[in-house]
Design a binder for this molecule. Structure first.
Ligand code: GDP
Ligand code: MG
Length: 786
């Protein structure tokens, strides 16, 4: 059977395996499709597809039966160790004929110029093609046929090429050959002394979803160089069996063809189709293109992933190729639209982005399996930086310095603009308070909207600064290195190095962090990462921390904030470990962590990323948080009685007070009163609402709204001081850090994991954990303090 990978797989799944008897039962008018009976069920195949299935007719079989001889299939006997077929072969002649027909393996040699393709071809086919130490020796394909291991091999030596783009005649030629006469197996010959460049072609072959076996040629040179390569691990990462060879003397070539047979027969355990990850931005667009191609009926002949990538790269040949099925021109339109939009979004064209991504993939793979000899190390800037940044020991302190800088700037620098916004909001509140008549409307505006939204919006600068740092680390390529050095550590808790970036992003907001887990190819690691992301303290929790710390612990602010983030991370680690043992079953598959080239991010792109996040935050202010503040205010204002002795009495009698009192018994062991309970309950809408609710609650409590003189946040801190003890405040910090994530996060977990089950598990475990931790802390602290 010949044909492209997809087709072959599908056809085999249908039951067209060798040796099975097939009956043609219907030739449709115009001969298309053809219906077959196979293994007692009927299948119809398009004629074009059917032609790829090799079938012997009954006539042929009878002819064969008469001859009663079976060709041993042994030809030149180059390796001469193949036993001839046993004489007392009891199988029917038909079986043997089928066997013989399907024992032909078409192999195409693909590789860079000068990697040794022709040398391997000559040894295998016992031919005498010219080999030469310059490129362009093989200008045309050479075909050789030989027998080995009971199989007939048709070996094709294709011209050397660095890539499968459509730039040089060789590239076009090789690509055309692979697409139009797809071989059973691609023998990718790779120069082992020049892996980075040679593997580039391999990544394109992977995109095409071909069945590949790799000859790691020049293995004699590789050995001599003193470089170390973990072939087994590279094989696992790429999903391609790799056999070391030496084209000069034929070493390893027997094993190479044994491996080809194993792959052909589907019994090679390294074979696995992987995706070369092109990064979030590109993958999204590749996905869109692919859907469009599917909708136009592309799926069989050529991998739609490869086709999508090539189309987005503006490959003129592939643009022509799809034209015939693109009757309404929509594929072309989408291609142009994505291409323009990408250019505008990143200031870079897709073609170079794809190249960068592929080299990032290769660099990442090699970083894991390859160790260059000390003296031969390349001295490009990226290599030099990587040598330091991903150094076995230096890597960690460098990372810690980065994180410290991030949080220091977030909280220390953010304080200045925070005070300005604070002043602005107090001034507005003051103004409204002074110029409006006493009554529900004034209370709604001052105590509800301005206090609620104001107590949260002041933290916008902190959040923007945090995002500025995260964007910078992502865009510069540093984040990928951080993930790389964390890989070992992450493995210990059942996660993957790639879990690290989403987790750091979780410090900003859990929702995009959960979406970012898409880069984790392995299902188990991905699910685990999603489950523990809520432990990463998102920026929406910052307002609550700041209010409470401002009220009670302002002298140790830095220490306590650091402690909170650390507790969150430790909890994430513990929970991941627990879940990987108990809840999420399965073995984690290894995959490549891309190391994209370092790049000084442009001011524009960092600022834009930061602003996109900031916009989200502001949008949340205008919707969820404003809404929640109004609801909380209303629940606190009604039922309204002027004769309640004080505002405090009013609040206690209100719906809000009643809800709080209802929840209070459950929360009392944590040290919370009904106000804290209500704030936490309201915070499930969005974590900022904890702070805004405290703003509304304590502002109403104060009663006399006409004397709003202090800054909002500071004033609320002062009010909070009157209602909590330092212990219950600390307990509240722990609870806010750990308890159930906001509704948007819960929905994101459901969408990304595909099951409500995981979202519910998250709600449950976080809340239980928060309650236990806060109660434990509060009760023990109470015992210890006299
Ligand atoms: P092609 O361009 O890929 O067909 O490469 P060739 O087969 O023409 O080989 C290029 C050069 O590399 C020739 O000089 C070969 O003798 C040499 N060569 C091929 N394989 C090996 C090998 O495994 N080790 C070494 N040291 N040289 C090799
Ligand atoms: Mg050659």
């Amino acid at each position: 059977m010949s044909g492209h990978g997809h087709f072959r797989k599908r056809i085999i799944e249908m039951g067209f395996i060798k040796g099975v008897k097939v009956q043609s039962i219907l030739n449709a008018p115009l001969n298309d499709p053809i219906k077959y009976r196979i293994m007692n069920f009927e299948v119809s195949l398009r004629r074009a597809d059917a032609s790829k299935v090799e079938i012997v007719t009954l006539q042929e079989a009878k002819e064969w039966e008469r001859q009663k001889t079976v060709g041993s299939g042994e030809g030149k006997g180059l390796w001469g160790d193949q036993p001839p077929l046993p004489a007392d072969d009891k199988r029917s002649a038909v079986d043997r004929l089928v066997e013989n027909k399907t024992h032909t393996i078409n192999v195409a040699l693909v590789g860079n110029p000068n990697c040794g393709k022709t040398s391997i071809f000559n040894i295998a086919a016992n031919a005498h093609e010219r080999v030469g130490n310059y490129s362009g020796v093989t200008v045309d394909e050479k075909v050789g046929t030989f027998q080995y291991g009971g199989y007939t091999f048709n070996l094709i030596d294709l011209p050397g090429t660095y890539s499968l783009s459509a730039y040089s005649p060789e590239e076009l030629y090789v690509r055309k050959h692979i697409i139009e006469t797809p071989p059973d197996i691609i023998l990718n010959v790779v120069d082992g002394t020049n892996l980075e460049r040679n593997l580039y072609l391999t990544t394109q072959l992977i995109d095409m979803d071909l069945t590949i076996v790799m000859a790691l040629n020049m293995s004699d040179e590789l050995k001599k160089s003193g470089d170390k390569l973990d072939i087994e691990q590279l094989s696992t990462l790429l999903g391609i069996p790799i056999v070391p060879t030496t084209g000069r003397n034929g070493q390893g070539i027997g094993t190479l063809f044994d491996t080809i047979i194993d792959v052909f027969e589907g019994r090679e355990r390294h074979v696995r189709h992987i995706h070369v990850n092109h990064g979030k931005l590109l993958e999204q667009r590749i996905g869109r293109m692919r859907t469009e191609l599917y909708n136009h009926g592309f799926s069989d002949e050529l991998s739609t992933r490869f086709l999508s990538i090539k189309l987005l790269e503006n490959d003129s040949q592939m643009i022509d190729y799809v034209e015939k099925k693109d009757d309404d021109g929509s594929i072309n339109r989408l291609r142009e639209e994505i291409s323009d939009e990408y250019q505008k979004h990143t200031g870079e064209d897709i073609e170079s982005a794809v190249t960068d991504a592929k080299y990032g993939f290769i660099r990442g793979a090699l970083a894991e399996v390859y160790e260059a000899n000390e003296q031969r190390r390349n001295h490009v800037l990226t290599d030099k930086l990587d040598a330091v940044v991903t150094h076995r020991w230096l890597g960690y302190p460098i990372f810690l310095v980065f994180m410290f800088l991030t949080f220091f700037c977030t909280f220390a620098l953010g304080n200045y603009p925070m005070e300005w916004i604070d002043m602005l909001f107090s001034w507005i509140g003051d103004l409204v308070g002074r110029h409006m008549a006493e009554g529900p409307l004034r209370s709604l505006l001052v105590d509800g909207v301005i206090s609620g939204v104001g107590s949260v919006i002041v933290f916008l600068p902190n959040i923007l600064i945090l995002y500025l740092f995260i964007s910078f680390m992502e865009d510069s390529g540093y984040m990928a290195r951080a993930a790389f050095i964390m890989d070992k550590l992450m493995h210990k808790m059942g996660l993957h190095g790639k879990s690290f970036i989403p987790m750091i992003m979780g410090f900003g907001c859990n929702v995009p962090a959960i979406m970012a887990t898409r880069t984790i190819e392995d299902r188990k690691s991905r699910l685990l990462t999603m489950l523990v992301i809520p432990m990463m303290s998102c920026s929406a929790r910052i307002p609550t921390y700041m209010i409470i710390i401002g009220a009670f612990f302002s002298r140790h602010a830095a220490l306590i904030l650091t402690g909170l983030y650390a507790v969150g991370m430790v909890m994430a680690v513990l929970m991941a470990k627990l879940f990987s043992r108990r809840v999420v079953k399965g073995e984690a598959l290894p995959f490549v962590m891309e190391l994209p080239p370092y790049r000084l991010p442009t001011m524009r792109s960092v600022l834009r990323h930061t602003w996109e996040k900031g916009k989200e935050y502001l949008k949340k202010m205008g919707t969820i948080i404003l809404g929640a503040a109004v609801i909380v205010w209303a629940l606190g204002y009604f039922p309204h009685h002027d004769d309640y002795a004080s505002a405090g009495g009013q609040l206690e009698q209100s719906y809000l007070g009643r809800i709080g009192k209802g929840v209070e018994p459950v929360m009392r062991p944590c040290g919370f009163d009904w106000r804290q309970s209500v704030s936490l309950l309201a915070g499930t809408a969005a974590k900022e609402v904890v702070a805004s609710t405290m703003g509304v609650l304590y502002a109403s409590e104060e009663g006399d709204t006409a004397t709003l003189e202090d800054d909002d946040a500071i004033r609320i801190s002062q009010l909070v001081r009157g209602h909590m003890t330092p212990l219950s405040a600390a307990s509240m910090l722990i609870f806010v850090l750990l308890y159930m994530p906001c509704i948007s996060t819960i929905i994101a977990i459901k969408n990304e994991s595909g099951k409500w089950r995981w979202a519910l598990l998250t709600v449950l475990y976080t809340t239980v954990l928060a309650w236990v931790a806060s109660t434990g802390f509060y009760q023990i602290a109470m015992l210890l303090t006299p």
